[in-house]
Design a protein around this ligand. Structure first.
Ligand SMILES: *Cc1c(COP(=O)(O)O)cnc(C)c1O
Length: 386
């Protein structure tokens, strides 16, 4: 089976993890801050807080921004469920802003419309979470301008997008957001097995996320209610979690960072090759904004269903039968039974639903060989021409 995504682990990556295993610290050691510094420096952000998953990072980001009961958080419907669940964890209500079909990112125009309507009903969101679908940045300048007018905070879910750029800025620099979150799951651009990171330029947010990542416990006397009882002393000053990343994971991530640019460049070579090989098929190729450089986590085509006889499901099943691990990113989040039970109905985001009815993610990872890519294209060509 050719998977849709997989990790790329070198001998140097393995050695980096082995070194930690032979060292004094498996967790809470020096590898975690070293990895955090490397990512913060790469992105040009002041602070980076590693966690055991991007899901945890999104939760920490919402908590640091003060999301709680009675608050409203909006995200994109075309994303992994974690982008919405982070708001529900905090007791907030979640809402969805439909996507621009070309990029499958949250549409800034539809966001503007929804904000104007929400303002009149006094139901403005506290936080908006745009998702950089497939690694291509959302229209952050436009979303940021709206945040200035309507007073919401922004968390970029950049789980797909480390190594990408938006205009002249590196994704993760938080130029147009309060916090940016990366995922290091093995199918993503770089991996730590499980892992995530939140970046910010705001010292207060960074401090809050660090505190909540580790039980809400501080060892800094400046944050305590009274002088420490002694050298052993620590205080719990908030209800936090154990969302820490281990040193083995951080060492792997730090080692992977050295190849980040190479990884993304390789993904772009493969994407360009797909573009060429698929140019005569009845499919819509992924749109690349000329002023952004995608992390290229996904290569998602859309079937031109009015030009072919086969259904999306038939094409999908034919590819799976040919041992090609195609996937579909994503089922609109609000269509999940858990969300339907909260009252969300079909038809809420027509563009997202159209995308879901046409899209297929083709294999995209650094180790994908050209011969395998040819196999994928041949199988797709055959499946479409049924
Ligand atoms: C993978 C992913 C997440 C969750 O990442 P984990 O590290 O697996 O928790 C969140 N949002 C998006 C868009 C993702 O693709």
């Amino acid at each position: 089976m050719i998977p849709y995504g997989r990790q790329d682990i070198s001998e140097a990556d393995i050695q980096a993890v082995v070194e930690v295993l032979r060292s004094d610290f498996l967790t809470q050691g020096p590898a975690v801050p070293a990895f955090e510094d490397a990512v913060a420096n790469y992105c040009g952000a002041k602070f980076a807080i590693a966690a055991n998953s991007a899901t945890s990072s999104l939760h920490l980001a919402c908590l640091a921004l003060g999301v709680g009961k009675g608050d409203i958080v909006w995200t994109s419907p075309i994303t992994f469920v974690a982008s919405a669940n982070c708001a529900l964890y905090c007791g907030a209500e979640v809402g969805f802003v439909d996507v621009d079909l070309r990029t499958c990112n949250m549409s800034a125009d539809l966001l503007a419309e929804k904000l104007a309507e929400a303002e009149s009903k006094n139901e403005l969101p506290k936080v908006v979470i745009p998702v950089h679908m497939g690694g291509q940045s959302s229209d952050m300048a436009a979303i940021h301008a709206l945040s200035q007018r309507y007073g919401f905070k922004i968390i970029e879910d950049a789980s797909h997008a480390i190594g990408g750029r938006y205009g002249s800025g590196i994704i993760g620099g938080c130029r147009y957001s309060d916090i940016t979150v990366f995922s290091f799951h093995p199918v993503k651009i770089i991996t730590t097995g499980e892992g995530g990171m939140a970046l910010t330029n705001d010292e207060h947010l960074a401090k809050r996320m660090r505190l909540l990542r580790s039980h809400g416990i501080t060892r800094d006397p400046a944050d305590m209610t009274h002088e420490p009882d002694g050298p052993w002393y620590y205080q719990q000053i908030a209800l936090g979690f154990n969302y820490r990343m281990t040193d083995m994971q951080a060492a792997l991530g730090l080692s992977q960072m050295q190849r980040l640019d190479e990884f993304v460049a390789r993904r772009h070579v493969l994407a360009k090759r797909y573009d060429l090989l698929l140019s005569d098929l009845q499919v819509t190729l992924p749109y690349q904004h000329p002023e952004s450089y995608s992390g290229m986590h996904l290569y998602a085509i859309r079937l031109n269903l009015n030009e072919i006889r086969a259904t999306q499901r038939e094409v999908f099943e034919a590819l799976r039968a040919a041992d090609i691990g195609v996937n579909l990113h994503y089922i609109p989040v609000y269509a999940q039974p858990y969300f339907a039970a909260l009252g969300f109905k079909a038809g809420l985001c027509p563009e997202a639903e159209r995308y879901y009815s046409e899209a297929i993610s083709l294999p995209m990872y650094t180790g994908l060989q050209e011969s395998q890519q040819d196999q994928v294209v041949a199988a797709l060509r055959k499946a479409i021409s049924i």
